[in-house]
Ligand binder design. Sequence first.
Ligand code: SAM
Length: 196
Amino acid sequence: MKSGLLPDCMRDQRQPISVLRLGHRRERDKRITSHLGLTARAFGANEVILAGEEDPSALETWNSVTERFGGEFKCHYEPKPLGWLRRFSQDAGDGKAGVIIHLTMYGEHWHHAIEKIDRNRPTVIVVGGTKVPGEVYKLATHNVSVGNQPHSEVSALGIFLDSFVGPIDDVSHFSGGEIRVLPSASGKHVLNLEEE
Ligand code: SAM
């Protein structure tokens, strides 16, 4: 076992993972929403869907990081997230239901929930900002807590993804791009791929 809760052979997620960020407030949530998308990207999600107030600057940040640091991460704005979730709960694009994981401190402990999640279906992880509408709890396939204390959507997402997806192979997952950071115990080691 490299990290997280499950052995690698059990973390066989073959389907895309989206993160749906509900209730974004352009001024108040600027940094946290930006960090949420970067956390989604860094820990193995394939896209982030922004809902709440429309905010091109968040999308620009995520696209710019992907351009520089590589990978296939996508993002877009969704004006009607509840309608989107209702559809996804019935039809994830192939006429069959998708998996909806709602991160909430009221949910089932993630160590237990993670073992029950169907990894063979497209998956969306929903995180809130302001109060989350009650319908989200009902639409969710799994209401999942990362501990039952209130903290942050960024920490909840990072911890959950690390357990659910497991370690990311940086070189294959973030191929392309202009910059690669090499792990180092001392100093900064950065490859500029454009100069190679
Ligand atoms: N006051 C909001 C409410 O009533 O839903 C919660 C605000 S909290 C700062 C924002 C988001 O962080 C939540 O919607 C949830 O997605 C996530 N979150 C916070 N604590 C969590 C926990 N212990 N487990 C899972 N997710 C959590």
